[in-house]
Design a protein around this ligand. Sequence first.
Ligand SMILES: *Cc1c(COP(=O)(O)O)cnc(C)c1O
Length: 435
Amino acid sequence: MDYLEAEDTRPVAPSPQAVAALKALRGPLPPGPTSPEAVLHLLREYGSPATVAKNSGRFFGFVNGGCLPAALAASWLVSAWDQNAAQQVQSPVAIALENIALEWVIELLGLPEGTGGAVVTGATLANFSALAAARHALCERSGWDVESDGLSGAPPITVVVGEEAHPSVAKALGLLGLGRNRVVRVPADNQGRMRADALPHLDDRTVLCLQAGNVNTGAFDPAQAICPAARAAGAWIHVDGAFGLWAAASPRYRHLTKGFEQADSWATDGHKWPNIGYDCGIALVRDPQALRAAMSIQAPYLVKGEQREPSDYSPELSRRARGVELWAGLRSLGRSGMAAIVERTSSYARRFAAGLRAAGYEVLNDVVINQVLVSFGSPEKTLRTIARLQADGTCWCGSTVWQGHTAMRISVSSWATSEDDVDRSLAAMLRAATE
Ligand SMILES: *Cc1c(COP(=O)(O)O)cnc(C)c1O
């Protein structure tokens, strides 16, 4: 509680001195025990000052949410419970709450009835899990049992991705033996949207990976223009919607996600827009049996219950009961609370863009949701501005190169961000740019 109470006065990035002081925690493993109180004291003394103030409301790096109070408290309780969420017999409560949370997510995202899934560590593992289900289904169509016999000698699968797909999709394809580079890339427009007119031939041996929410621009692939024909051709459509899919929770932004519900699988994150603490990703599959076939695990000692066993749907066996935190966060938000986060953070993104434009700086993207890309002039000047801003400590933004242009990224993803946070941060940005 002390830590959280000081959050607003902490520099968002820790001082170099605080990071250097972490050396006090080094040294050889002590030969004997230390009291739990003394261990915690060390963490508080040296650990807390070297944190990034993620719950300050002024962290705008990457696409990181904060942690809702209910999700945080649930996380403390889950640790006290020490439940293994592998199977019902090890934790009836964890499995029950995970099942409820998954149903709520499917409802909020407007996905088809009967969709099933798994709570995993993030969208990277959600992409991996959903694409494992796709790999299973496409191999099965040719009478090939990929889980038993592997990919060597399997009938080929074509994977189609957008030019601006997130790197975690490539990583997932590499892990699955489908190859990071053995893909057909579809050109994208200046917002990073896949060009529907440039799609290659699709058939029932194809996995088509779409994106809902580009990590830089926030743009959505044109699912309505792509999905009906892709479905008719028999392709497996996968959607990486790590944060963007949550726009479906808001009546004002839902139109952006239209068409994605026609897909076969989806990857999203609890730890981004919904502001569940780390780590929390969600893999969803229209035909849960495909995910089950890819992930199931059997042994006489792993006695199965009557309901869905998480270890048959996720890459892990033993796992943290992160579904409890997801349940708690969504329970505290309700439908309107989730919509309000989407709407508030997106309006703050527009406020940043308007303030920066008014000061004469170039906003590089159409601000459709919560992402802003801004250039302060030359690449050198933009990078110098970002470095000064990070050292100033009022807020934190990172850099990117968007289609050849060096830019600062502003991602407004935290439930805790207020209008005052935006205005203080905007002032710090303008100071950093003119110093
Ligand atoms: C953040 C992000 C990912 C990766 O998610 P992790 O939770 O960091 O694994 C994948 N795709 C997109 C579009 C993202 O924004």
